[in-house]
Design a protein around this ligand. Structure first.
Ligand SMILES: [Zn+2]
Length: 288
């Protein structure tokens, strides 16, 4: 467990905190979408909601993943233990497997009602910025231990692979949730490889058809591979959130923490929000 301290606590965590601050400042200076609520209020709500999830991430999720990877090393069962290759190549293979299966996990979070109960806490944020990246219900994290653990085992990821992937995963999540307006051409090029703020902004739309797209986490090509990509939506027409959970007065810390254990409302309960929108031409234009 010393490895978690050495890699995650002493190297990853400071980098992630610095990245959070840089993105927080950048999105304040160059916002991509208009805000609905004051920044400070949302920061407070998202930070408190994230506390149990972060505690579990550090003291349950990471130790569980590292233990599984160590067990696998002894048993030599995973894919990476079945061939000879440079550790860098094996690290890349494990990285791709973990990222691809996280894309599938994200789809399951939207399609399976039991998982949506928890993921809705993240999606009902009325704005999208770097603080949304930490707004996850702790229940979602507990569920992911079993799913993601299975693929750590299957891939044959080493404990170091697991920790490095987690650092990149958290960093990418902060980046693509941020409300930072990158130069259009830069983002268009970046988006060929990784998920960017405009791409993920569409995934947080109140239009169901748009939420049901762009599930990738780090690499954007999983969505292209499975035809779940949607880039032809202007950011200024996106209304962020979930229609049936769109009353900001209701979305208190207390309410959000108990939300998964209440009767979940159907998506489109608010009148006036359509389920589909006429698409702009071309699926891959990352509209301005
Ligand atoms: Zn989602």
């Amino acid at each position: 467990m010393n490895l978690i301290k050495r890699i995650f606590d002493l190297k990853g965590a400071p980098v992630l905190v610095a990245a959070f601050l840089v993105l927080f400042i950048a999105e304040g200076r160059r916002p991509l979408r208009k805000r609905n609520l004051p920044r400070g209020k949302r920061f407070f709500i998202n930070a408190i909601v994230s506390l149990p999830a972060f505690t579990l991430l550090r003291f349950l999720f990471l130790p569980a993943m590292v233990k599984l990877a160590m067990k696998n090393k002894k048993l030599q069962w995973g894919i990476n233990y079945q061939y000879n290759g440079h550790p860098y190549i094996k690290g890349m293979v494990a990285f791709f497997i973990m990222d691809y299966t996280n894309y599938l996990w994200h789809i399951l979070n939207h399609k399976l009602p039991f998982l949506w109960r928890f993921h809705v806490v993240h999606h009902c944020d009325p704005d999208l910025d770097v603080t949304t990246a930490i707004r996850f219900h702790f229940g979602e994290l507990i569920g992911s231990v079993f799913y993601r653990g299975a693929f750590v085992f299957l891939s044959g990821a080493t404990p170091l692979n697991v920790l490095l992937y987690e650092i990149f995963f958290e960093g990418a999540t902060q980046f693509h949730h941020s409300n930072w307006k990158l130069p259009y051409n830069l983002e268009k090029n970046l988006n060929k490889i990784i998920v960017t703020p405009r791409m993920h902004g569409i995934h947080h739309s109140m239009i169901k058809q748009e939420t049901d797209s762009n599930y990738s986490v780090i690499f954007s090509f999983w969505d292209r591979l499975h035809n779940t990509v949607r880039l032809n939506v202007n950011q200024d027409v996106i209304v962020t959130g979930v229609p049936s959970y769109s009353n900001p007065d209701e979305l208190t810390v207390r309410y959000l923490l108990k939300l998964p254990f209440t009767k979940i409302r159907p998506w489109n309960q608010v009148s006036g929000v359509r389920d589909v929108r006429a698409s702009l031409p071309g699926k891959n234009n990352l509209a301005e």
